[in-house]
Design a binder for this molecule. Structure first.
Ligand code: PMP
Length: 443
């Protein structure tokens, strides 16, 4: 397949899979489907050629590598470093039970009604106040509550992008954002990330030449690399965005999870010109199941997005919004965050110590100051996709780094999450991973 772009191959596979002509198996690759199983018993054969009816917007790549990863990750015997989830044993379930009971008791009739598309007004106010100490000056009307920041990304992309528009993204970056931008037909312009975040010097060059319609960045504890953009680069990025009038989406789900070092103000706090659209969520600092996130930004954007949101889902679950409001205004979220900031550094340290012990010489890794991820590189030109079946055989999973790249780069990289696996599983998991790397090296 030399000379053929990976995306082309993936798309071809996806079409064959959508037609039921091939099926994927971890470690064994993709094989031609058994024709006798194309129509399961009891399923009437459909006369409609469904794949031909789907619009280009739905034609996003369904990366077989990630499907493989998720398959391995879901096995009960597997220690998984592949997710982006918080520690479930730290979820404040007892408190939430009490709050939901109180909510239904006191305001059940109104909380089980529809609510404004912009969000439950007390929550908009609470969010504006909660983010104010980091220097962000937003009023309640500048905040839109969304069903997770994933929805926020989709609404922003729908509101601001047309097919063919260019979006400058970090390389690597959050996979869910790549999928959104691809779904609206945007063209992606990769800007490399180093240990100080997005390489803004390179961005300056391409903004002048290519005039992107949007810049998407994760400046703090980036997903997937864990790096944080320096203050100097933040200021240069903002000056550049203001000069060329390019909006900047600042995606910040991890900013409150700093374990070491001095905090750096978010772009939205440093922004003098109203170019930043700030996006965050309770998914990483509380739990993802409520589906509560928010966008804070200039009011005309918030108003337009609210109209769009109304078309998409009318409003965000009011009961969950009430619970998040109560959690914030009663100081419970800050207390919970303190708890997370006590627990997660231990997990991170365990992972780093285990890497040191088992993987020195075969992996290189970063040391993040916060967030959820350690980013690793295989030495000697080995590929993470080849490591996956070896790891699966030994009962460990990781996220292959190439999936986070907007182009074909990053084949030798992997993302390890240290917040989700039980604390005692981290060392044995890394030992298994190192064994898998050694096995791959000897193939
Ligand atoms: N942005 C980033 C950078 C993320 O890591 C995630 C979750 N993995 C999201 C957005 C989506 O989060 P939510 O659950 O709020 O939709």
């Amino acid at each position: 397949v030399l000379g053929v772009n990976r995306t082309t191959v993936v798309n071809a596979y996806r079409e064959l899979a959508a037609d039921g002509l091939i099926v994927g198996h971890v470690g064994r690759g993709t094989i031609v489907a058994d024709p006798s199983r194309l129509h399961e018993p009891g399923t009437p054969a459909s006369g409609i050629p469904w794949p031909q009816l789907f619009t280009p917007a739905t034609d996003v790549m369904n990366d077989p590598l990630l499907q493989d990863t998720m398959l391995v990750s879901s096995r009960p015997d597997v220690i998984t470093f592949a997710t982006g989830m918080p520690a479930p044993e730290l979820y404040p379930i007892a408190t939430m039970r009490q709050l939901l009971d109180e909510a239904l008791h006191q305001a059940g009739q109104s909380l089980l009604q529809y609510c404004p598309a912009e969000g439950y007004p007390p929550l908009r106010e609470a969010l504006a106040s909660w983010i104010a100490p980091s220097g962000m000056r937003f009023g309640p009307d500048d905040v839109l509550v969304v069903a997770g920041s994933q929805q926020g990304l989709y609404l922003l992309a729908r509101a601001l992008l047309e097919p063919g528009d260019i979006v400058a993204v970090e390389s690597p970056t959050y996979l869910g954002a790549l999928q959104v931008f691809r779904a609206v037909g945007a063209r992606l312009l990769p800007i490399p990330v180093d240990q100080h975040g997005m390489r803004v010097g390179l961005l300056e060059d391409v903004v002048a030449r290519r005039r992107p319609k949007l810049i998407y960045t994760l400046p703090t504890f980036q997903n997937p690399t864990g790096t944080t953009m320096s203050r100097d680069r933040r200021e240069r990025l903002l000056a550049l965005a203001a000069r060329y009038q390019v909006p900047v989406i600042e995606d910040d789900p991890y900013g409150a999870l700093r374990y070491a070092g001095e905090s750096i103000p978010p772009l939205a706090a440093l922004d003098q010109h109203g170019v930043v659209l700030y996006l965050s969520t309770v998914s990483k600092i509380l739990f993802p199941g409520f589906r509560i996130g928010w966008i804070a930004g200039p009011r005309p954007v918030i108003e337009r997005l609210a109209i769009l949101k109304q078309i998409v889902d009318l409003d965000t679950n009011p009961l969950a919004q009430w619970a998040v409001w109560a959690f914030i205004t009663r100081g419970l979220l800050d207390a919970h965050l303190e708890r997370l900031r006590r627990h997660y550094p231990e997990r991170l340290e365990r992972m780093l110590a285990a890497l040191e012990r088992y993987a020195t010489g075969v992996l290189e890794w970063t040391r993040p100051a916060g967030g959820f991820y350690v980013w690793c590189r295989l030495t000697d030109g080995l590929r993470a996709r080849d490591l996956l079946p070896e790891a699966a055989r030994r009962g460990v999973a990781f996220a292959p780094g190439e999936s986070f790249h907007p182009d074909d780069a990053g084949t030798g990289t992997l993302r390890l999450n240290f917040t989700f696996p039980p604390v005692t599983a981290i060392e044995p998991g890394i030992a298994r991973l190192a064994e898998a790397v050694q096995a791959l090296r000897s193939i």
